[in-house]
Design a protein around this ligand. Structure first.
Ligand SMILES: Cc1ncc(C[n+]2csc(CCOP(=O)(O)OP(=O)(O)O)c2C)c(N)n1
Ligand code: SF4
Ligand SMILES: [Mg+2]
Length: 375
């Protein structure tokens, strides 16, 4: 295995104002070495390396590589990963091959949190508190079949970082609906037929808010549109002990009916429309949100996706303004609830999002819905 990048925790990024960071680009080279993105470091772990069988443009592969490489840097390479069944596991480990270059265990579909708890307990019994445990799963493995184990892991405050790669359906088995599928989205089990085509409004779960309600030390959301922000959140998560939860929006070209080249653009639009709030919470309180920089109407996010094709005419005009309006109201409510447009100028804070403290965010008053779900 390649030696991992430095475990030195990066200092604060506040005060550094480059728009173009997180790559080999000029902005990154001008940063203090401790602040540079993991992927710009030639000593990065390449935890999920080339040769796997993910679709072109897979957001989950992108998110997992950045997340685990950031964990490797934060832990000095002392890390064990537990992986639920799902696309990430299937495309990375077709027997007898593997694309993982880290200690990696495949659990079942629903028990990754419990397996990770067991690994953490075994390490503690051996006195190996230097080795950290990360569990990862898709949205189905997290919000549906794995939720009981995950809630228990949160409630016991087990020393595990749990990462959900949310592509908003059961992609590995053919795009069935999950509790994280947004309203009006077509899946194999929510066909675009009838008076309310696609997934019904008013159902689903908002796992970040449910995690916050467990009062665990750290909860964050992120997207693959801002990978430097994702890395920074992984670093913050690994700086604390106890149960931590990271929910990453990862567009899926196959399931979303989108072009592979649009993966990052769609992740950005999910945030910029307000449909996917990007935030951090500590011990039950939202402490930072990523402000929307250039607000977009939800149509801009929906139109490029085949799963919403029934909402538009062939020329791209709205065919179902009632359903599009329903989705816009969800975005508007997220903006109000988390203060996504409030305060500050348009200056970046050195990691792409313009993070700041929330204005009047009140997770206790929020109802349990999917981040992109109805409410
Ligand atoms: C108990 C059980 N039920 C069903 C399955 C089949 N199965 C494997 S992966 C999967 C869906 C995974 O969806 P998600 O967790 O969202 O991950 P994704 O593939 O979308 O990344 C299902 C239903 C299984 N492996 N085990
Ligand atoms: S189906 Fe979606 S999540 Fe699965 S490998 Fe393809 S793009 Fe990635
Ligand atoms: Mg999924």
């Amino acid at each position: 295995m390649t030696s991992p990048p430095s475990a030195d925790p990066p200092a604060s990024r506040e005060g550094v104002k480059f728009y173009q960071v997180g790559s080999f680009a000029a902005g990154n080279r001008l940063l203090d070495p401790a602040l540079r993105t993991v992927q710009a470091d030639e000593r990065r772990a390449n935890s999920l390396t080339s040769g796997h069988r993910a679709c072109q443009g897979c957001g989950e592969a992108l998110g997992a590589r950045y997340t685990l490489d950031a964990v490797m840097r934060a832990t000095g390479g002392q890390m064990v990963a537990v992986n639920a069944t799902g696309c990430l596991e299937v495309f990375s480990t077709p027997f007898p091959e593997t694309s993982w270059r880290v200690p990696w265990l495949h659990s079942l579909f629903g028990n990754a949190p419990a397996v990770a708890t067991g690994v953490a307990a075994a390490l503690r019994a051996q006195g190996r508190t230097d080795v950290r445990v990360v569990a990862q799963a898709g949205d189905g493995g997290t919000v549906d079949i794995g939720f009981g184990c995950l809630s228990g892991m949160f409630e016991r405050n087990d020393d595990v970082l749990f990462v959900c790669y949310d592509n908003e359906a059961y992609m590995n088995t053919g795009v069935q609906r999950s509790s994280a599928t947004p309203p009006a989205a077509r899946t194999a089990t929510t066909e675009a037929v009838g008076p309310q085509p696609g997934n019904p409004f008013g159902q689903g779960k908002n796992l970040p808010l449910l995690a916050i309600a467990h009062d665990i030390p750290y909860v964050a959301t992120a997207t693959v549109a801002d990978l430097h922000d994702l890395e920074a959140k992984v670093e913050r998560a690994m700086a604390v002990r106890g149960a931590r939860y990271l929910h990453v929006l990862v567009p899926c070209p196959l399931g979303w009916g989108s072009a592979p080249r649009d993966t990052v653009r769609l992740a950005r639009l999910a945030k910029e429309t307000g449909l996917f709030p990007v935030l951090e919470a500590e011990h039950g309180e939202v402490v930072r949100v990523s402000r929307i920089r250039h607000r977009q109407p939800v149509e801009e996010y929906l139109r490029p996706q085949g799963r919403y094709a029934h909402l538009f005419t062939a020329s791209g005009a709205p065919a179902r303004p009632d359903l599009i309006g329903g989705l816009q109201r969800i975005a508007d409510r997220n903006v109000r609830r988390f203060g996504l447009l409030d305060g500050g100028d348009d200056e970046d804070q050195g990691r792409g999002s313009g993070d700041r403290a929330p204005a009047g965010a009140d997770p206790a008053g929020a109802s349990p819905r999917s981040p992109t779900g109805a409410g």
